[in-house]
Design a protein around this ligand. Sequence first.
Ligand SMILES: [Zn+2]
Ligand SMILES: [Zn+2]
Length: 231
Amino acid sequence: MVEKKKQIPGFSQGVRRNASTRTIKMVQPICPNSKQDMIRTPEGRYIPNPEPDPTRQSCQEDRDENGNSRIGWWNACEERGHNPYFTKRVWYSSEDIFDENDVMTGTKRVRHEIERPNISQVAANIRVNSGRGPLIKQRASGFKRLADLGYEEVCEFRNCQNPATVTSAVGGFCGNEHAQLCAADFFGVYDYQVPNSGVLANQEIIDNGRRRKSRQFMAEAAEVAQARPIK
Ligand SMILES: [Zn+2]
Ligand SMILES: [Zn+2]
């Protein structure tokens, strides 16, 4: 049996129709020790630890002659068991304890923990980096594809992290609309705007014109996108 892939705990925020750049969602390595060691004060504030743990060495501090983190630091980080592709968050809550008569007898402290992949979106636009952004990030910065970590790939529309359900001439997307908008961007299909001319026109004519142009645009976009359902 094929093991079912996991889904990233993704959410899609700031998805804008007119920002149809293609981005690949990847997992970025971050050494947990590269984060500043914070402590909680008695008042509940978080401040940098004034006595940081000297054994807490960040793998990203292994630098080359130019001061950049050395290529491959993520392998050493994994070998040390630092789990750089995931970030763990721990928090506590208190729960009331009741006896058999439903009388509250006290509270207990409950520990919660979640571990999430460090999702980062990388532009894969021919105009930004010849479309080689993801490959460069993989080789030079240790980023991984979602599939490499057992996750389903998600939509390649900027900021969209919905599951990919269609494949197209320009990548995998959550549906036809995002595939078409990215294809339009990639192939330079122009999104026509009907200007408000100085001529007095009735609003219905303007609206009809806009709708017609918009249909025309989506039809051309659909033609270049060649989207089809996955599987
Ligand atoms: Zn590390
Ligand atoms: Zn999408």
